[in-house]
Design a protein around this ligand. Structure first.
Ligand code: HEC
Ligand code: HEC
Ligand code: HEC
Ligand code: HEC
Ligand code: HEC
Length: 400
């Protein structure tokens, strides 16, 4: 009797294993994309009739973007990309925005060059790469934006746009990146950073900032999800919070501005694509004609010293006609009285052995001999006399 029960147990066990094996096999022959293809065929049948429904391809689809070295199978599920009439359908059955693909045909660009994701995969989780904590691969869409707390997920993809469009001043359709580029100009980041071969050396060269790996930043002070993106946002909001003692100023950015700047600096990668995919004929990043003209104009005249030695990148010297585009440092017309008030020592003393930002500036970026320092001091005294005269004339600026 007992033996029979044993046999039954063995039989049930075997049957169970067989059943699992069959289910696994069936799963392989019935992958999730089959369901999407069936559903899309039904949608076309209903809308356009049987003849068109037959044109819906079946089986894995793939785009081989040869020059970009990409094999993208996204269209296995996203079948409607090139179809008309499904503009309001749910994903993955929606017609793609037409204008952008006209400029970038999918046979040449694939999908992942803009969207990210793992092109080769045909199941949803791997294709969208939502589970991977890896910045290179994930679909730059809803899920990853949520993980990294990006406020608007449509901005994320623009990081990829800018890998090819980095030399554009403005790229229609990449408004977040455009906003960030304008901020880089307005705030004068180049006063301290070299970008595309142009700029200062007080901070690190940012030309290939996007190639930095996650290990290269110290995350110990970062709250929340530890990502490259998160570090940059926190650093832009308050540089000293991530890098204690840094001379990078807190510009008072909104969190939106910090986000777009982070996307921009992360898009700056070395040779991400073959040269012919880099948009813009001039392969470089040059000062605008206005910037050049203004510099020329200031190069002659009483304030020439401050142009020649590039102080004007950060300082205006208003009474000598020197206008800074950035005003990262104070107007030096007032330095004779301001330095003692701020640093507790006379200007002469300060410029001979400065503290704070100026000690870094004069140690790394601008080399001034003792004679040149004396010349600067003499000029700043003239600038201050002019200021006092002006104030006397207008009756402003009297000590109360
Ligand atoms: C040149 C860049 C580019 C390429 C290449 C590209 N797309 Fe897009 N895609 C876009 C833009 C831009 C949008 C619109 C996003 C928006 O609404 O802001 C978009 C939107 C989408 C959406 C809808 C997202 C939403 O807004 O809900 C899907 C899905 C999509 N693309 C899939 C694909 C697939 C699949 C391919 C390849 C066949 C592809 N894309 C190729 C740029 C591109
Ligand atoms: C197995 C089918 C499948 C494959 C393969 C697939 N997708 Fe999707 N995709 C979907 C479905 C379903 C949705 C809508 C639901 C969702 O967002 O998860 C979607 C949504 C999207 C969206 C909307 C925004 C978002 O973040 O959800 C984009 C963009 C997109 N896919 C791009 C791609 C790209 C690029 C690839 C190729 C790397 C790809 N998909 C491969 C099924 C697929
Ligand atoms: C792989 C490189 C690459 C990516 C990624 C890319 N582009 Fe482009 N884009 C180009 C090139 C190259 C051209 C020029 C095409 C031509 O003139 O035939 C272009 C042209 C354009 C144009 C037309 C500009 C003009 O002067 O005619 C716009 C607008 C544009 N891209 C926006 C975008 C946006 C927005 C994205 C991201 C969603 C994007 N691009 C992603 C390479 C790229
Ligand atoms: C007064 C000089 C100064 C100005 C102006 C300045 N920075 Fe910086 N920046 C630095 C210094 C110094 C560091 C290195 C220490 C640190 O991490 O803050 C730095 C670090 C950085 C880093 C991190 C680099 C890395 O990988 O470690 C980024 C990104 C950056 N700056 C971007 C910008 C941008 C964008 C602007 C303009 C909005 C800007 N900076 C303006 C001095 C400056
Ligand atoms: C990269 C930006 C930068 C450059 C270039 C620069 N400075 Fe400064 N400078 C600053 C900042 C910022 C301050 C404000 C003090 C601080 O934050 O430590 C400052 C302060 C000063 C002060 C004190 C002003 C006051 O009112 O307290 C003097 C004087 C000065 N700089 C002179 C110069 C001279 C001369 C040059 C050129 C040889 C120069 N700076 C170049 C950023 C710069």
């Amino acid at each position: 009797m007992k033996r029979n029960w044993d046999n039954l147990g063995i039989f049930l066990c075997g049957a169970g294993i067989l059943l699992v094996t069959i289910l696994v096999y069936a799963g392989q022959f019935q992958p999730e994309w089959k369901g999407y293809q069936k559903q899309f065929r039904a949608m076309v049948l209903e809308k356009y009739g049987a003849a068109r429904a037959q044109q819906v391809p079946s089986g894995p689809q793939q785009i081989w973007a040869k020059d970009l070295n990409r094999v993208d199978r996204c269209t296995t599920c996203h079948l409607a990309v090139g179809w008309k009439g499904f503009e309001d359908a749910p994903e993955p059955f929606r017609t793609h925005d037409h204008a952008i693909l006209e400029k970038h045909p999918i046979e040449t660009y694939g999908c992942t060059s803009c969207h990210g994701g793992q092109g080769y995969a045909t199941d949803l989780d791997s294709a969208h790469a939502t589970a991977l904590a890896n910045w290179e691969q994930p679909l730059l869409g809803k899920d990853v934006s949520e993980t990294y707390a990006v406020s608007d997920w449509h901005m994320m993809m623009q990081m990829n746009c800018n890998e090819c469009h980095r030399y554009d001043r403005k790229t229609p359709g990449a408004e977040a990146i455009n906003e960030a580029k304008a901020l880089v100009d307005q705030k004068g980041c180049r006063a301290c950073h070299t970008i595309n071969g142009r700029g200062g050396v007080i901070g690190p060269d940012l030309t290939y900032e996007g190639d930095k790996s996650t290990e290269q930043h110290d995350y110990s002070r970062l709250l929340g999800v530890q990502s490259e993106f998160g570090w940059h946002v926190a650093h832009f909001m308050e540089p000293t919070a991530m890098s204690p003692g840094t001379v990078m100023p807190a510009f008072g950015f909104t969190s939106h501005q910090a986000e777009v700047l982070s996307l921009l600096v992360m898009s700056w990668k070395r040779n991400p694509v073959p040269m012919q995919f880099m948009h813009g004929v001039k392969l470089g990043d040059f000062p605008t004609p206005e910037e050049i003209a203004k510099e020329k104009q200031m190069e002659t005249g009483e304030g020439a010293f401050f142009v020649k030695h590039t102080c004007f990148v950060c300082h205006s010297v208003s009474t000598l006609g020197i206008e800074s585009a950035t005003n990262i440092g104070p107007d030096l017309a007032n330095a004779v009285t301001d330095v003692p008030a701020r640093f507790g020592r006379p200007l002469d003393d300060f410029l001979m052995s400065p503290t704070g930002t100026m000690s870094v500036v004069l140690a790394t970026q601008i080399h001034l001999s003792p004679e040149e320092r004396r010349e600067a001091i003499a000029k700043l005294k003239i600038a201050n006399q002019l200021l006092v005269q002006q104030q006397a004339k207008t009756g402003r600026g009297k000590k109360e």
